[in-house]
Design a protein. Sequence first.
Length: 155
Amino acid sequence: MTAGKFPQFAAEEALPEPPGGARRHAGSARLVLIVASDIAAHPDTAVGEIATRTGLPQSQVSSAIARLKEAGSVQTAPDPVDRRRVLVRQAAEVSERVAQIRATGIEEAVTSALGSDGPQRLREFSAALDVLARNLVPSSAGPESRRAGTAAPSK
């Protein structure tokens, strides 16, 4: 597993089983996470637009949206300009399922993937993820604001 794939793997492994089981809707947890991330970054967006941005087939996007809607993560509404389209946005209120997922830690999945339960190694890995999250989360203020408060690279 490459370092770039690890955070996604850890998130997928840490997700609690959805009500009715993982097989209730087609598609993996990875697809749901990709679609949820796109919806968070692009509120009031149509299924076709999500498919174009993510490169996923429209059927998989629709399935992920159905799963997110059932979990209370997203809301849909008719497009006021084109009533044939449906727009998707994050739900205004945090559902019980979303709260359950947010409260789930990744420690067990990380420990399993690292092959070690050494507390120092887990702390180092956690610190590295914190740095990545701080620097990779989109910001409307631009890249300079994301760099603020981070240490300069050591030479």
